[in-house]
Design a protein around this ligand. Structure first.
Ligand code: AMP
Length: 132
């Protein structure tokens, strides 16, 4: 059975897409730690990120860098933090989180009831700053 993220890529489940190419897909985390919290996934489903072959993992990092650049341009932040957890969804993904301070990376704190309007606004801001 395909993962929830494969279903997002297939368009069966909606997402706030910020960027994609033929191999990778980036979208807002639905339960963000901070505004602009984005996930980058390979379209080819693999559970554990370090099971991805070297070439594809390298390409995934390069794609992730482009998404991080778009986030940094779109939102006020000092840097964009990077994390890999993968404890919840068995489809490899990289979390990108805009940071003002290290507390912004705390996964125990989430944005309270993120409104669809603001999610859409943030999504469009990042998408419009993405350069392939
Ligand atoms: P983890 O596997 O521990 O890295 O956590 C999975 C992440 O995916 C969490 O931050 C969730 O909020 C996020 N997530 C789960 N389902 C969706 C979805 N349908 N759209 C966007 N993000 C999701």
């Amino acid at each position: 059975m395909p993962s929830i993220f494969s279903r997002i890529v297939a368009g069966e489940i909606p997402s706030y897409k910020v960027a994609e190419d033929d191999k990778f897909y980036a979208f807002l985390d639905i339960n963000p730690v901070n505004w602009g919290h984005t996930l980058v996934i390979p379209k080819k489903e693999t559970d554990y990120i370090f099971d991805i072959d070297d070439e594809e993992l390298g390409e995934m990092i390069v794609f992730t860098k482009k998404v991080a650049k778009a986030i940094k341009k779109a939102l006020p932040c000092r840097k964009v933090g990077v994390a890999v957890l993968g404890l919840e969804v068995p489809h490899a993904h990289i979390h990108l989180i805009p940071l003002q301070n290290e507390g912004d990376m705390d996964f125990r704190h989430k944005v309270e009831n993120p409104s669809p309007e603001k999610m859409k606004e943030v999504c469009e801001l990042i998408a419009s700053n993405f350069e392939a």
